[in-house]
Ligand binder design. Structure first.
Ligand code: 3H9
Length: 677
């Protein structure tokens, strides 16, 4: 794991622990031994530490957290590097993250390749840099800049790191970094320890930072601890500051939030793996993508490919719809450019890869064709039958359907092995989740290609089997059914939504309905009023787009409770002979969140999701489930499956005849076993 090479009087220490050179026990032991040996060796005048393979280091080995500690611990190793009597240079390429950057901060000098990135992303795992990072980084770049890096967790490019004083030199290239680092080390006479420096800051800096970031860090333990630790760097000598850092680190790493955030980190990576498929399966080359439908979804989907440099042919039925669709795409790109996140050249480059056309035949050269028209089985089948006659052999045919059966759609073709679902979430150019739907006959290589392609365009893909609503939307059904029933029984939209936002969801069921459009799936007959949705739609309350839905909205889309809706609900109750009762938050929690867990357990039992953690990924990236609560299945395991079952039994009558306790949930609860294993 550690190799050493002597270059005349400079010792090069190379950390090699693929794929990211995580600083596990083996690397830590090797590093500290190499540093100790170098002190005793008169032939060594200076030391260079670098990473083998694609990066310097991705940080501490996250799989070790929560397990019994194995020494030497990282803070000791970093201290030993800093204490070296011989000058130490860190030579950084690829990434230096977390503990990786802390190793580099222990070194006396840093040189980085121009494309390198440096960061302390621990906060995203619910912890803080625990190997001196909160103490040394402010000493090098100042408290304010350090707060920015540590609390956001975002890495910075080497060029910016050079300006900030985080690195001393920029190398010419990745290739020359090694030689330049050795030459640099040779020029150094003595160590220069960051820990010997001091840093001061006005106490107001920390208060202001916390206030400015209040919304982002609300309810989260780690960012607050990060701020406290950086403040300690300005008040205490290094060793005392490190003690403070260590105490905060230990508190966080054993806490619920970090456990959940670490779960999400690994869940996301595990979701990319398809059970029963060899990892090295031959993928189909996707060089040209076709999209059918230039509406909101089709346009958003296309943008993902264009941004990744993959040409898209987009097909519509009428010129006007085509022009409108491409116009919206351009506008979206330009809005991103206006925020400085794209250059005008990048916008033009992306748009130049788009071929809008009314000619279906133009899809003949595409390697993947994604249908994104409205939800109607007959229409979809007609399109797929047509595609069957046009698409080249081996082309993948995908539907963006949110609910319909991929298997039935595939029957419209003579090549069901090439058909799959690619379910993007709205807005499709922004939302990270893609449910990759595996039909009964989808070929393994088509599925693997769908997964890999989704990752290539920056998405987080999750495999789903075929069922109504797939993983995410299927779990929304019991939530929405119960939310609607709760309104009739006595709750208000505000009360139901508040339970969800207090839990950490970005919005509640009714705020979400207003955003998506209350009129989705409405029969469009204002005379036919059979549900609350019908009543709202009949009065033009179609959601945010009409400034009226379950809430009233002002021009800035700020919601306020609506007296009109209260009246509609009252009328409905009267008609149905329901006397409203007071509804507790507990009942809302059970009926709208525990029922989702119950549905998730069925999804797992039926093999629609490969594993419980995949369901968590769907909810994190598709619906904004709070990451520090892991995901619905992880959360259920944490609060205890017996608690979930007891809750569901408590409200069994209210849940009604349609509700069935998931046998898997009941079984695991009885056995005291988790859903995720
Ligand atoms: C820390 O440093 C704490 C210290 O301050 C204090 C200590 C006292 N450990 O993401 P990829 C695995 S906390 C263990 O697909 P990429 C990953 O699970 C750490 N495993 O690659 C995957 O495994 P598999 C602070 C790790 O090229 C494989 O490596 N650091 C670690 O797209 C490939 O990963 C971070 O938070 C790890 N640290 O992206 C950085 N990192 O193949 C976390 C990765 O079995 N890591 N793995 O599924 C990342 O952000 C990305 O992995 C990275 C590479 C950008 C490095």
């Amino acid at each position: 794991m550690i190799e050493t090479k002597q270059h005349d009087d400079v010792l090069e220490i190379v950390m090699t622990n693929p794929p990211v050179n995580a600083l596990g026990a083996g690397v830590r032991t090797g590093l500290s031994e190499a540093i100790a040996k170098a002190q005793a060796n008169p032939a060594v005048k200076a030391i260079v530490i670098r990473g083998g393979g694609k990066m310097f280091s991705g940080g501490a080995d996250i799989t070790e957290f929560g397990k019994p500690p194995v020494g030497p611990m990282l803070p000791e190793v970093v201290d030993a590097i800093e204490a070296s009597d011989k000058p130490v240079v860190a030579a950084i390429h690829g990434m230096a993250l977390g503990g990786g950057l802390e190793v580099a901060l222990g070194a006396h000098y840093r040189i980085a390749a121009p494309k390198a990135k440096l960061g302390l992303p621990e906060v995203l795992l619910g912890i803080l840099p625990g190997a001196g990072g909160t103490q040394r980084l402010p000493r090098l770049i100042g408290a304010e800049a350090a707060l920015g890096m540590i609390v956001s967790g975002s890495p910075i490019p080497a060029t910016k790191a050079a300006q900030a004083g985080l690195i001393d030199r920029l190398a010419e290239s990745d290739e020359t970094l090694g030689d330049e680092a050795i030459a640099f080390a040779r020029t150094l006479d003595a160590p220069r320890r960051t820990g010997d420096r001091t840093v001061s800051a006005d106490a107001g800096v920390f208060e202001k930072f916390a206030a400015d970031n209040a919304r982002k860090i609300k309810g989260l333990d780690a960012p607050k601890a990060c701020i406290e630790a950086v403040k300690a760097a300005t008040e205490l000598p290094l060793d005392q500051g490190q003690q403070k850092e260590r105490a905060l680190f230990m508190q966080l790493v054993t806490g619920e939030q970090s456990k959940a955030l670490r779960h999400v980190f690994f869940a996301e990576r595990t979701a990319a793996k398809i059970d029963g498929l060899p990892r090295d399966i031959q993928l189909r080359p996707i060089r040209q993508v076709g999209v059918i439908g230039a509406g909101t979804m089709g346009g958003g989907i296309s943008m993902n490919f264009l941004s990744a440099g993959i040409p898209v042919t987009i097909v519509e039925m009428a010129q006007e719809a085509l022009d409108r669709g491409t116009g919206v795409m351009r506008k979206n790109y330009e809005a991103t450019a206006a925020k400085g996140r794209l250059t005008p050249e990048q916008v033009e480059k992306a748009m130049s890869l788009l071929t809008p056309t009314l000619d279906f035949g133009a899809l003949a050269h595409c390697d993947l064709i994604i249908e994104a028209v409205y939800e109607n089985m007959d229409v979809k089948k007609e399109i797929f039958a047509k595609l069957d006659g046009i698409a080249k052999p081996g082309a993948m045919l995908a539907s963006n359907t949110s609910y319909l059966s991929i298997d039935e759609i595939a029957t419209a073709t003579k090549r069901p092995q090439d058909v799959l679902g690619l379910h993007f979430f709205s807005p499709a150019n922004v939302m990270k989740l893609v449910e990759v739907v595996r039909g009964a006959k989808t070929a393994p290589d088509a599925l693997a290609t769908g997964m890999a392609l989704a990752q290539k365009i920056g998405k987080v893909p999750v495999v789903s089997g075929v069922c109504y609503g797939f993983i995410g939307n299927r779990m929304l059904i019991p939530r929405q059914t119960n939310a609607n029933a709760l309104l009739l029984e006595g709750a208000t939209p505000e009360q139901v939504d508040r339970v969800h936002t207090a839990f950490g969801m970005p919005m509640g069921p009714f705020q979400m309905a207003d955003l998506a459009g209350v009129d989705i799936g409405w029969h469009r007959d204002p005379e036919r009023i059979e549900s609350l949705q019908d009543a709202l739609c009949a009065q033009g309350r179609w959601g945010q787009k009409k400034q009226a839905g379950f809430y009233d909205y002002d021009e800035k889309r700020k919601p306020t409770p609506s007296p009109v809706v209260a009246q509609i609900i009252d009328d409905f109750r009267a008609k149905a002979g329901i006397t409203p009762r007071s509804i507790s938050d507990d009942e809302i929690m059970v009926r709208t969140l525990y029922t989702m867990v119950n549905e998730g357990a069925d999804i797992l039992a039926e093999g629609i999701a490969q594993r419980a953690s995949d369901i968590d990924v769907v909810w994190n990236y598709g619906y904004g489930w709070p990451r520090h609560k892991g995901g619905p299945m992880f959360w259920a395991d944490q609060i205890g499956l017996d608690t979930v079952v007891d809750g569901l039994k408590r409200y069994e009558t209210a849940l009604g005849g349609d509700f069935t306790l998931s046998p898997l949930l009941a079984k695991r609860a009885a056995e005291g076993k988790p859903l995720d294993r």
